[in-house]
Design a protein around this ligand. Structure first.
Ligand code: ATP
Length: 457
């Protein structure tokens, strides 16, 4: 009797087995002999910001070429047909120790490769002799210009940046606050031929008007009372050969705009108090969350400067218009703050669902700040209850799709959420149709079906 009980207790269904694999802290990744991905467990989401369903069935090389991880262990294991070990870095910031074990068939050909990846951070946290400073420097260097995204829109922008980065054209990045304009500027610098020269940033809104000129252009000795006796190089001169990122360019006073125009047009300027013209070789990337055209119309921004800055214009969409980025960014920040605070917090699926639904008025910066706070205040698993009310009160109740019981139900729920959100914003079937790229007839039918309670509000 006793032995039957114990046999029963170890009997496992496929579902139980999959559940066990999904709860492994390590990533398990299985390839077939054609290097196609047969299986990956949930850890995949933590490491690459991709759901297992986005990965299974794809060829390994296709994901590798998109840059989700580097380097690849697969060519080596297929070549050697022996277990291989490697250190990898994923594009959302996880560092992995990966082993790949080949399983051979009777002919000695590779039938399967089972790859297991462990986060190195777990070991780093145990290494008491490693100083915080050491950790931070390597991390900060790695992070510079890494633009985390899973969005088609952003990927098109990054491809465009790859085309324009090698030129010296001035670039204007427009987008709401916190969308990543600064990160994009660094990305452009990092892939340009100026990458080994300085990348210097100045926030035109953060420096008082009277100091901005000397910060940008510097001054000669004795230029004004209180000035440094030896004079001072400005940011533009210090960045010679590199890139100057002028953040919040809309705030630059009219009085300085002509001088900036001269730098862009003629690559030269005169420091305060000097009579000597200085030559510089810089590329300017500017950013703003203001409507510069309106400012030009209101005579607050010089038209000639606007056209000079706007040679290449990039519009960075807000986070609510690229919700596919929420998961990879969340895991990226989770990795970053877990490492910074020596924690190993994980996030629950219901919590992730709420983050996806929220509209993020403060964009990526708001998400980053929230994840930092959650890493500090939550227990080992970040739960919905840890989220601030401001977020939970402003999302649709979607917990029921966290674990959908069927594909139809999940699709129906997604449709309901999208249509209600769009209708609440636009209140017209024509605009909803445009917003969701469907016909107006279809929009009207869906509004009647899902938004009855909102129609007379
Ligand atoms: N795609 C991204 N990948 C990783 N981090 C990002 C990304 N986008 C933004 N961030 C992070 O979000 C924060 C805000 O980004 P950033 O300062 O570049 O935004 P911004 O649009 O320049 O904001 P502002 O207009 O207020 O200056 C930064 O800490 C940045 O590291």
């Amino acid at each position: 009797m006793k032995s039957k009980d114990s046999t029963e207790s170890v009997e496992m269904t496929l579902q139980t087995l999959l559940k066990i694999l999904d709860h492994s802290s390590d990533e398990i990744f299985v390839l077939d002999g054609e290097k196609r991905i047969l299986y990956v467990n949930q850890a995949c989401e933590r490491h690459y910001g991709l759901k297992p369903t986005d990965v299974i069935g794809k060829y390994n090389v296709d994901l590798f070429e998109k840059g989700y991880w580097k380097p690849s262990i697969v060519p080596e294991v297929f070549k050697r047909k022996k277990p291989c070990y490697i250190k990898q870095q994923t594009y959302i910031g996880a560092e992995l120790m990966t082993s790949a074990i080949p399983i051979l068939n009777d002919e000695g050909e590779i039938e399967l490769v089972v790859t297991t990846s462990t986060e190195i951070q777990t070991y780093k946290m145990l290494k008491a002799n490693e100083t915080d400073d050491e950790l931070k420097t390597t991390q900060d260097e790695d992070e510079m210009g890494r633009f985390i995204t899973n969005s088609g829109k952003i990927n098109r922008i990054l491809t465009f940046c790859e085309k324009v980065a090698p030129t010296d054209s001035t670039i204007l990045i427009q987008g709401e606050s916190g969308t990543g304009k600064g990160v994009l500027a660094q990305f452009i610098h990092r892939i340009s031929k100026r990458k080994n020269k300085p990348f210097l940033t100045i926030n035109c809104a953060a420096i008082p008007e009277e100091l901005l000129e000397s910060e940008l252009f510097g001054y000669s000795k004795g230029a004004f009372t209180g000035a440094n006796k030896t004079g001072k190089r400005g940011l533009i001169e210090s960045a010679d050969g590199g890139t100057v990122f002028l953040d919040e360019i809309g705030e630059i006073p009219l009085s300085l705009q002509a001088k900036l125009l001269q730098v862009i047009q003629d690559k030269q300027f005169i420091p305060i108090g000097s009579s000597e013209m200085k030559k510089v070789d810089i590329r300017i990337v500017a950013a703003t969350n203001q409507n510069l055209i309106e400012m030009v119309n209101d005579k607050k921004f010089r038209e000639d400067l606007f056209y000079r800055l706007n040679v290449i214009d990039i519009q960075l969409p807000p986070l609510r218009e690229r919700k596919e980025d929420i998961i990879p960014l969340t895991y990226n920040f989770l990795n970053k703050f877990n490492e910074r605070y020596h924690e190993s917090k994980v996030i629950s699926e219901e919590c992730l669902n709420i983050l996806i639904q929220y509209s993020w008025p403060g964009n990526v910066r708001q998400l980053e700040n929230l994840i930092e706070r959650l890493v500090l205040i939550s227990d080992s698993v970040i739960l919905m209850a840890d989220l601030p009310e401001m977020i939970t009160e402003n999302v649709e109740q979607v917990t029921q799709i966290a674990l959908p019981t069927s594909l139809d139900k999940a699709l129906d729920e997604t449709k309901r959420i999208l249509i209600r959100k769009s209708y609440q914003t636009y209140k017209s079937s024509r605009k909803v149709a445009k917003d969701l790229c469907i016909s107006q007839t279809k929009a009207s039918t869906l509004i009647r079906e899902y938004c009855e309670d909102l129609m007379n509000k």
